[in-house]
Design a protein around this ligand. Structure first.
Ligand SMILES: Nc1ncnc2c1ncn2[C@@H]1O[C@H](COP(=O)(O)OP(=O)(O)OP(=O)(O)O)[C@@H](O)[C@H]1O
Ligand SMILES: [Mg+2]
Length: 372
């Protein structure tokens, strides 16, 4: 697989160029297409086989796929189904050398958005790409609206559940935990009953965490709005997560060059969850590193959490903000973390976004109005 040279848009910020994937067996067409698109707006990756193209679609978001099915090693209908499974957002434009109407209709019936006949000029291609990008923007907007509606319905149900069950569970759970702690303190180290109680405590702490998450989720999500200096907040959040993962060797770098940056205090919950998620995604990968950077851009503070962990596959990207979506083992994650983060950030009139590539890592962006 080959790629046009990467131009960093802004240091430390993910590449925001439109990503195009070309699948064509013919080297000349691949080269011609890689040259047509200006490097500052487009990032073109070329694949020779459908396996290489599928791999790319799984690993990073592809806005547009240009494919010559006659030159590809897979039947068009099967490959189009595979694309919509791996990367439903990708717009497919078929390239055809024959110019047959029947073939074009078949491609479009199977899911291609448009068909371009070879040989094509630079202007033809530019027109098709612009049209395809507009089409994609409309589809994305519709998907976003559908997703928001589905999430808000789920939130309403969870809100009711949280304020009912979780409130009822919270106090007895607190009491049990307190008595278990007292009993542990009374028993000598090495006592088998003490060990049983320590095990029981682990489960209770987990239950208390879940109840707390559900309570945070309830409709009256309380978030502290007073301004707090950003740098010490990030240091605190990293320390809290570190405390719970004492054995982790992952390096966490925090860089906030502007000491005057301040944000709402309630964002600490967002920071701890993003840091915890990043450490989980890095796991015990060698050279694991999380870089946290922040800068003030006019009246907005942008905080970036850049990890070199496992990345998020395309098929999961739209689901990760949904309540209860988790890929972690039972007992390791409730799937409420990012849903809570999104709600908190929204309460502060901010936005949360991400860019990710499988096996390379993920960057989460949090943007909130600057506090003075
Ligand atoms: N930095 C990241 N790298 C890779 N995957 C991530 C990252 N952050 C989140 N994810 C994915 O998003 C999913 C949802 O994250 P979220 O924080 O909502 O829930 P969780 O971490 O699984 O559970 P909880 O936060 O409730 O303990 C995770 O299970 C993981 O698959
Ligand atoms: Mg989480």
């Amino acid at each position: 697989m080959t790629e046009s040279s990467a131009i960093p848009i802004r240091p430390g910020v993910a590449d925001e160029r439109v990503r195009i994937l070309v699948l064509d067996h013919d080297a000349e067409t691949r080269e011609a297409l890689a040259e047509i698109f200006p490097n500052d707006r487009f990032r073109v990756t070329c694949a020779e086989t459908s396996a290489a193209a599928s791999d790319a679609l799984e690993r990073f978001p592809v806005a547009l796929l240009l494919v010559d099915f006659a030159q590809a090693d897979l039947e068009a209908d099967r490959f189009l189904r595979e694309i919509s499974r791996l990367s439903p957002d990708t717009v497919v434009v078929a390239l055809t050398g024959r110019g047959s109407v029947k073939e074009a209709v078949e491609y479009m019936r199977d899911g291609a958005y448009d068909v371009v006949t070879k040989p094509f000029g630079t202007d033809d291609m530019a027109r098709v790409v612009e049209k395809a990008m507009k089409h994609q923007a409309v589809c994305r907007h519709n998907e976003e609206l559908k997703r928001k509606l589905a999430t808000s319905e789920k939130l309403a149900v969870i809100g009711r559940l949280a304020s009912g069950v979780a409130h009822e569970l919270n106090s007895p759970l607190d009491g049990v935990l307190r008595f278990v702690n007292l009993s542990i303190d009374k028993l000598p180290e090495g006592d088998s009953v003490r060990e049983y109680l320590v095990e029981a405590k682990t489960g209770l702490v987990r239950m208390a965490d879940i109840v707390r998450s559900l309570l945070r989720f309830s409709r009256n999500l309380v978030v502290e709005n007073e301004p707090k200096a950003l740098h010490p907040m990030l240091v605190d959040a990293a320390a809290q997560v570190r405390h719970a993962n004492a054995s982790s060797k992952i390096v966490v770098d925090i860089s906030v060059p502007d000491e005057t940056l301040a944000v709402p205090a309630g964002l600490i919950q967002v920071f701890t969850n993003l840091i915890k998620n990043a450490l989980d995604a890095i796991g015990d990968r060698p050279d694991g590193r999380l870089r946290i950077e922040a800068e003030g851009i006019d009246d907005v503070v942008e905080i970036r959490f850049v990890d070199n962990g496992c990345g998020i596959p395309e098929k999961d990207r739209r689901k990760i903000f949904e309540p209860f979506f988790t890929t972690k083992d039972v007992g390791k994650g409730t799937g409420l973390g990012l849903a809570i983060c999104a709600r908190i950030v929204e309460k502060f009139n901010g936005a949360i976004d991400l860019s990710s590539e499988v096996d390379r890592g993920t960057t989460f962006f949090v943007r909130v109005p600057r506090k003075r």
